[in-house]
Design a protein around this ligand. Sequence first.
Ligand code: SF4
Length: 663
Amino acid sequence: MIIKVAQSAGFCFGVQRAVEGVLAWAKANKGKSIKVYGMLIHNSYVIDKLKELGVEVVEDIEKICKEDIIFIRSHGVSKEEYVEIEKRADKVYDFTCPYVKKIHEIVMEHSENGYDIIVVGDMNHPEVKGIVGHVSNNRKCFVVDGIEKVKEAINQIEGKAAIVCQTTFDSKKWTSIKDFLESHTNYKVFDTICKATINRQKEAAELAQHVDIMLVVGDKKSSNTNKLYQLLKEIKPTFFIEKVEDLDSIKLDSSAKSIGVTAGASTSPEQIEEVVKHLEEKFNEMNLKDFERLIDRSFLTVQRGEVVKGRIIKVEEDYVLVDIGYKAEGIIYKDEVIKNGNVNLKDLFKIGETIEAVVIKESDEEGNVVLSKYRADVLHGFEELLSRYENKEPVRVVVKSIKEKSVVCDFRGTNVYVPISQWGEDVQTSDIGKIFEIEITDVNKEKKIAFGSRKSLLKQKEEERFIKQIESLDFSREYEGIVVEIKQKGIVVNFENLCGFVPASEVGYLKKGADLKKLFEIGEKVKVKILDIDKNKKQIYLSIKKTQDDEWAKRIKNLYLGMLVDCEVTKVLSFGLVVWITEHDVDGFVHISNIPLGYNQRPHNVYKVGDSLKAKVIEIDEEKRRVALSLKDLHEEENIDTEHNEDFVITLADFVKNIKLEQ
Ligand code: SF4
């Protein structure tokens, strides 16, 4: 059986503060009359312990005497009660939870300024009674626990109103009431629900998803423990026990392989530990890590100035939460991340990352340990920078400011200057606060500053990107590209975020010397295939030709030298005739030297456009895309293959023709 303990099981910050405070006082002041006004906590185990130390619970204010040392519990009391207790007792120690105190302040300030007050909560709960007891006498105060009661209160409020919520109220109910008030009124709504309770519930619900059985430990009179139980039993089979002995009376499913343990805010760590130990004995197996963590946390202490290591568990816009293995979490506010610099925390930190920080306050109002990252950075930052420099490793820096000649960056508390010329691209004021990777080019150990360059790194990255991209190119694939430049010797095409060159000979099946500027336009879409890649020159050669059908080649496929073809004159020139070879749909040219003309005759004396002729193929120039014809010696056609075979360029068409002749 695997036993997993929820990380925030047990005492919340407010309860822990009160219980530990009273226990410490009781131990140090044995024999004195120490009393807690009201039930300190709904936990008979803790109350019994306090009794052993002579601490009494006093419910009746009249019973408080001068020699008493009175402790006010985390729920707080009304203003009147507080004044009365102070009058009666010698010493009063107020352990009202700071979150509850905050509510007292809100209702006091607002009711004194003419606001009526709505308290969302259970009117019998001591915390709510204490809150109501801070409302100024001349203002109305309503305690509501549902929308209907809210509506009734609204009907009775004539002016402005402020709304607060019991810290441990049902969060779902509170959200619907809050939404209703915000959409139907102009009242000031203060979200005073305690996040400790919500987080505990969330975490327990998450744990329940990963185990077979859940166990809730706590007093059945505790409202937050009851709520926890109600929530969990909807997710997994859940048992609610008050003490370790109760374990024997519950029947755990024998097929269950894992059990999750959580506890309400009033359950002490010792109780949880006892239950876990018992389970361990019972099942002879335990998730030791969780157990050790539980014990470790209760003994750990932190001190101002101490350097602590922790794992980032939350990154918000203004702060970062760190698990430092202590009972409370560490918090780093934005201005403690980098000195004199703005930074986007979400860019800088990743959840799960381990960081070092210096404790600057053991506990803030919310019980968090306040940490400073930059103070820890300055302790080791320069050494790390030096080692990165020596090992030629890049560093991640944050831009602090932009000067005339350089970009001033921060690397863990050390200033790194990057000359503008080494930034690699235009420096923008919006770069301030952002994170960039640079390489360190020089370090001044005396002044503890460094110099860097981003340009070289960008270049290197660009090269890596290029290599990676070209490795993924497929020579057999057609890519779509855009013409970005037209040169004399070819065109430049952008494709797949790369730039390639199409030599003139590869732009298509064109006549040699064709004017590319007449054939292409900037921005024109073209299809290309990879012809060659020169990794050293970082040059990609492309071909448009390879994506096209060679129409001309298809048409002349069946032509062969010596073949007699029917033609039609399409142009009469002084030095020859342009003809259309009708059966093959291609142009041909008959040079004047191949036209039988009389003395002093020119082609136009004999021929005109539209004349039909028979001509003999005498040359097929594939490179120049030209078929040369002759009107002379037409009778030699049948013999030409055998008589002048050695003069011919043998083409596939010739070869086929030869076979035909042989047959
Ligand atoms: S307000 Fe939150 S932290 Fe304070 S006592 Fe209540 S539950 Fe605990």
